[in-house]
Design a protein around this ligand. Structure first.
Ligand SMILES: NC(=O)c1ccc[n+]([C@@H]2O[C@H](COP(=O)([O-])OP(=O)(O)OC[C@H]3O[C@@H](n4cnc5c(N)ncnc54)[C@H](O)[C@@H]3O)[C@@H](O)[C@H]2O)c1
Ligand SMILES: N[C@@H](CCC=O)C(=O)O
Length: 543
């Protein structure tokens, strides 16, 4: 029982370190990378606090250096899913009974471990396992992960503090119970922080969790699990398993105690799972909470009043950072004909200077794409654009998978605003540009709004305030995160709550109170201090 209304420490964003030559953080990171590269890691599942080794091992290697072995993980099967569900069920009572401040302390400690001894472990494992450069790893694995943990504690207390009014003689209370059952967290490859947030956010609210990460992000997922354990997370609260997605899904979605699904990944997978949950709805104790943040076809629209250099910079950073493998990455742009030559000349200058290679060489702006299927798909889209009458490749267009999965940053110019790469998410370093007639802004906005099924991120570049207002209003349903004169990537927890609508997800805004509310099932308690003892109401009195 808590014996005080405790206040949490002030919530602040984790500072982004610079990694300048000669800095201590750069030296520490390089040392951690060297250490990880010099020994192979043996990675078990974690079920109920036990390290589980199936003996069925799978090799892990850097996408940019495919001959090198980072380690092996132990792949699981259906039996491990059932063991994980049992472990979660056994942990539930004890975890729910723990005071909120004890739960908060575990996750605040995890955040401080990230600021300290775990920072370079998370950064190095993300750089090597997912092929991110130092800055992309730092803003994700270190800063965003620490921010999720600290801000979610803040939102948890804000939720608990939200209490109903009480009339005289009555005390109304709202109890924010965890869900009755377990939560399933299914996580993507591209953000270590998302992989960590999806299981930890429901756990913070008192839930027990089965966590299945992407097979291409198991190296950093292992470090996250070690972090949670070192921070004091009790056994069985989060259970990490490496069975194939469909195998886990079959067992989880058939279980009567399945209570919530926390997903980030592609739209097709989410929609299939939603159907499975719908078909099984009669099997569950409660209606499950379904939270899914999915794909995007994110845009920049520039107006003739824009700053051309700022547009070019936003296109390059927005489209090519982390090889375009951000759900928020710019992959289609609508640029005004009157400013196109100027924007193009800035692009020409900058594109020449982009370096691509291993993240171990800190000069590289870009690294490899995540795996061979992704590489092959991107290469085939580039080839298709090379041969299509509506398109011309104006930058890049080459690819090579001899030693790693490298795709050149590629810009396609199209005369057809409905060309495939203007509509479909490719998830790679391919940007398609459509140059519109300056006088056809309204038509272009209509096309932009209707071209794709997604509505995740988008940006307008303009100096004219009336135009900024007009476009912001006209595109109000085209993006869940909308940016004015800024690239549409790099949302910061607590500053730009993140998520999209339409085909891009349930828009529950990761790292916000809206998301945390999905992991509780409130119970209203009314207490009457002096209950009535006569059933008759005063109006019934004799005249
Ligand atoms: N909106 C957002 O906030 C956001 C953030 C990051 C990534 N994304 C999206 O995620 C996608 C990229 O990530 P990804 O390639 O890891 O996504 P993905 O959908 O391929 O995989 C996500 C997870 O689902 C599992 N999975 C895949 N197929 C499955 C199936 N049939 N049954 C059960 N599980 C299955 C994977 O193993 C992985 O753990 C992109 O579409 C991107 O836009 C969205
Ligand atoms: N929140 C991240 C994107 C996460 C998806 O991949 C951003 O804003 O760039």
């Amino acid at each position: 029982m808590s014996k005080g209304f405790f206040k949490i420490p002030t919530t602040k964003n984790e500072p982004v370190l610079n990694y300048l030559p000669g800095s201590p953080e750069r030296a520490a990171l390089k040392e951690q990378i060297a250490q990880y590269k010099s020994s192979e890691m043996d990675i078990p599942m974690f079920i109920g606090g036990e390290e589980v080794r199936s003996g069925n091992t799978v090799r892990i290697f850097p996408p940019h250096e495919i001959e090198h072995t980072l380690g092996h993980y132990h792949a699981g099967d259906e039996t491990h899913v059932y063991r994980a569900i049992d472990a979660a069920t056994n942990a539930k009572e004890g975890w729910e009974a723990l005071n909120w401040e004890e739960r908060a302390a575990i996750f605040l400690k995890a955040a401080d471990l990230i600021s300290g001894p775990y920072r370079q472990k998370l950064n190095a494992s993300t750089m090597l396992g997912q092929s991110k450069n130092v800055y992309q790893a730092e803003i994700d694995a270190a800063c965003e992960m620490a921010d999720f943990l600290r801000f979610n504690v803040h939102y948890m207390t804000a939720i608990y503090n939200d209490q109903p009014a009480s009339s005289p003689g009555i005390w109304n209370r709202m109890e924010y119970r965890p869900l009755e059952g377990f939560v399933f967290a299914l996580t993507p490859f591209n953000f270590t922080s998302i992989a960590g947030n999806l299981p930890s956010a429901p756990a913070m609210m008192g839930n027990v969790v089965i966590w299945k990460p992407s097979k291409t992000a198991i190296y950093s997922a292992h470090i996250l699990m070690e972090l949670f354990r070192e921070a004091g997370l009790p056994d069985g609260v989060i259970n990490l398993i490496f069975a194939p997605g469909p195998v886990v899904a079959r067992a989880v979605f058939d279980h009567p105690d399945f209570a919530g699904f926390h997903f980030t990944g592609s739209t097709g997978v989410f929609q299939d799972i939603w159907k499975t949950i719908g078909n099984n709805i009669h099997k569950y104790k409660s209606y499950p909470r379904i939270v899914g943040e999915t794909g995007g076809k994110d845009f920049i629209i520039a107006h003739k009043s824009c700053d051309a250099q700022a547009v070019a910079t936003a296109l390059i950073r927005g489209a090519f950072e982390y090889q375009g493998q951000k759900c928020s990455a710019v992959s289609r742009a609508y640029l005004p004909s009157g400013r196109w030559d100027e924007i193009l000349s800035y692009l020409q200058k900058d594109m020449k200077e982009i370096k691509m290679g291993s993240p171990e060489d800190f000069r590289n702006f870009m690294n490899a794409v995540i795996d061979e299927p992704s590489f092959d798909k991107l290469a085939s889209e580039i080839d298709a654009a090379k041969n299509h009458p509506d398109t011309k490749i104006i930058f890049g267009g080459n690819y090579d998978k001899t030693h790693g999965y490298f795709i050149e940053p590629t810009i396609i110019l199209t005369t057809n605003p409905s060309y495939k790469t203007m509509e479909e998410e490719l998830f790679g370093p391919i940007l398609t540009i459509y140059v519109y007639d300056d006088s056809k802004l309204d038509e272009t906005l209509n096309v932009l709004d209707k071209t794709s099924m997604y509505a995740l991120t988008g940006a307008v570049f303009a100096k004219d305030r009336a135009i900024i207002q007009k476009i912001t209003k006209r595109l109000s349903n085209a993006a869940g995160n909308f940016y004015v004169n800024d690239k549409p990537t790099g949302a910061v927890v607590g500053q730009q709550p993140f998520g999209g609508a339409r085909g891009s997800g349930t828009n529950d805004k990761a790292g916000s109170m809206l998301n945390m509310l999905r992991w509780v099932s409130p119970r209203t308690i009314k207490e009457n201090f002096v209950p009535p003892v006569d059933f008759k109401y005063p109006f019934m009195m004799e005249e």
